[in-house]
Structures are given as C-alpha cells and as structure tokens.
Ligand binder design. Sequence first.
Ligand code: SF4
Length: 470
Amino acid sequence: MAPVNDGRPTAPRDAETAARPRRVFVETWGCQMNELDSRRFVGLMSREGWLESSSADDADLVLLNTCSVRDKAEQKVYDYLGRVALLKKSRPGLRLGVCGCVAQQEGEEILRRSPAVDFVLGTGRIELLPAVVRRVEREGDRPVEVGFDLDEVAYTPGVVARTIAHRASITVIEGCNKHCTFCVVPTTRGRERSRRFSEVVEECRRLVGEGVVEIELLGQTVNAYSDPESGAGLAELLRAISSIAGLRRLRFVTSHPRNFGDDLIAAMAECEPVCPSLHLPFQSGSDSVLRRMKRQYTRAEYVDLAGRLRSAVPGLSLSTDIIVGFPGESEEDFASTIRLLDEVRFGAVFCFVYSPRPSTAAARWDADVPARVAQERLARLNDHQQELQLQANEAMVGQVLEVLVEGPDRTGKRVSGRSPFNHLVHIENAPGTPAGSFVQTRIEQGLANSLLGRALRIERAEPDGPSLPA
Ligand code: SF4
C-alpha cells in the first residue's frame, strides 16, 4: 500500500453533490478484454448505487482502463492523466483511478509520476474496485492493488453492465503462459487462469435467456482454456454452449496456433452456432523471425493448420495479427510475410510496427530495423492486403448472407451488421431495422473493407429489444 495522499485533504461532498447519485466515467484503451473489464467496473459500481457518466466533466470518479501493448498506447494514458489532473484542480472531490495493463505494469510508479492519481488497480484486482474507492474516500489512502490470484479468476457472474442487448462477451480465461519475446501480456495479465466450466455455461444460459443471440468467448489465449475442475478444454466448452437453445452465434478470440488441436477443429465444424470465422495471429511469415519471437510454430505448420481448418469448416474466414520491423527482420523475411498473405488469403489483417515493451526479452535486443523502413513495410503490407480483400469481397457479389444487424451505419440511411464470416455488411433497403435482427442479404457490391447488399428477408428483433439488466 502506498503512503497517504500527497497532503491533499479528502474533500467533503457538498449538499448538492451529496443529493445526487454519484457518477463514474471510464475511459478505455486497448483490446476487447479491456472493453469488457470496463463494463465490469461500471457494473460493480452500479451495485453500489453509482450511475455511469458519459464524460469525465460531470463524473465523481474517473477510471482510466489502460493498455500497454504498444508504447504509443501507454503514452496516451499519461497525456490523458495530465488533463484529468487539471480537472481535479477545479473539483477536488473528483477521484481518479488508473486500472488495466499500465496499472499492472507500473504500480506505485504511477502514484509517483502523477500526484493526482488516487489509486492504482491492476488487471487481477478488478473485483476490489468498490472496496478500494471506499478506502480512498474514508481513509485518504492511495492504494496500489496489483497482485494476481494464482489459480482462479475472480469474476462475479452477471456483473457486466451491458450496453448491447443482443450480443455479449464473456471472459473464459485470463493471462498467458507463452512468453512471446515481444509481448507484455504475461506481465500485465499474469499466468493462465480459467474460469469454471459450469459457471461459464450458466452465464451463457442466463444471457441467452435475456435475449442475447451472439456470444463471444474471450481470452488472451482462449484456446488454452482448461476447466480448473475437470480439465475440459475449449472444444468441450463450445459444444456445451452450442447446445443452449436460442443461441444463434458463438465466437471465440484470440486463438494461438500452437493450442489448436483436432478436437477444437472438429467442434468448430460440428457446432452449428460456432461461426466460420477465426482470428489466428501468425505475426511473421519468416521462420527465423518466428523463432526469435518464440511463437512455437513454423510457417509451414501455420499454413497446414489453416488448410485443415478450411477443409473442416467450409468458407472459413481467417483474420490475423502481424508485426513488422521486429529486431532482425530482413527484407527477405518481410517478403515471406507478404507471400503468406497470398497463400492463406485473410479476410482481415491487423498489422503493427514492432514496439519494444518493458520486461520482454526482445526489448533487450538491438532494434535494428529503422523506423522509416518499418513504416514503409507497414504501408506496403496494408496496401497489398487491401487489394486481396477487395478481390475476395468482389467475389462475394450475388451470394446471400445472413447479417446480424448492429444498427444504423455512418450514413444514417442504411443499417449494417456482421455476416457469420465477420464481413461488415451495409444493407441498403432496410432502414430502421432494429439491432439484433437477422437479415438475409443479397450482396451487390464488394469493397475493400465491407460489402453492400439488399435485404431479401428480415427476421426482426423484438421492437424495443430485450431489456438489459439494471
Ligand atoms: S501468445 Fe499472445 S498473449 Fe501470449 S505472450 Fe504471445 S502474443 Fe502475448
């Protein structure tokens, strides 16, 4: 625990402030797991009578749920902290907590760098939020909670404050044991801890009962899932969840190629709700780079896995992550990555320039790919992938896809949603179709990042949508 607050008095709440319910605002950076954790923060505080605020300006508590996967993301957090610190000067009763991966990684250092921060809450201590806020208010402490429970994920089922009625994400495993040499996740999220099988299935059942039609299972290495009681893996979990009547779509992310066994491929093929779409990072198409990244598979093994998946799951759409400019990446290594795009044909690619992260093995190596070269490779790779996506999407013209509507698109005149293959589809002739509806859509045009189509048949969600829990 850190020493008491830098001498600032704990401001009493004035009569007007005390009369209204208090508000929490969460700013989120990073991945889907952080997004979900932010909804857990809001849910935990709402159980204490707090409301959610849409802006830091009228909040009593501001939480920064941070990401440290790249240096840039971390820098944004410190920039934002400076802005909230200014806000605090005019409103001394405002509390400020830093949560998420930067909190886990930096701990007490955040309090030292930013006197305005009231507490630091790591990724393994989410459930302690209400208690930590009370401690700050009553005792004027500046707590730092960054430990991990070794075997279990502390996760209160049903606490997530959902904002979408028809779709939900659920964490099934936290942490990662792989230690890829570029990745800070094993430090910020700890070792793998899976939630209990029965608890996950029960949570899915409850969500489907509330009107959820699509569930996404989350984990840093989701296919390393292993029930702490029986050892049952992700394949068994997919089968159990797929049997819940009323569930239409089931997805899971992020998978590691090394953990993809035949049982999981079979489950994907056999379970009807499991979508024919999979995020499977390969990171580099060069074996020497993969070795230095300690990815635990070769280029050939990845290509073979993609082939076996596609044989079992017809039309399977793959997406992937790629790092360019990793230490030692030669022009030939990079060319091999581009060739892999041609061989595997991904539906989407998320490509990043390598960013050295503290406490990773690669951070100690000479970052010998100049920034200019790395940026140029990033641009070449993205351009190439855009061409491949355009070709693939143009080939979809004439096909009929089932689209799960998410709402109006940016034009406001069309609705958009996702196909089972995870295409973003804009529908021209179905304005006002509520989110959660299924629309059989004939594709009329393929663009690089989306499809345009016309509705043939609409299965409307209930007019007001299923109600969300308070
Ligand atoms: S498997 Fe993924 S989360 Fe785990 S260390 Fe590697 S990149 Fe990071």
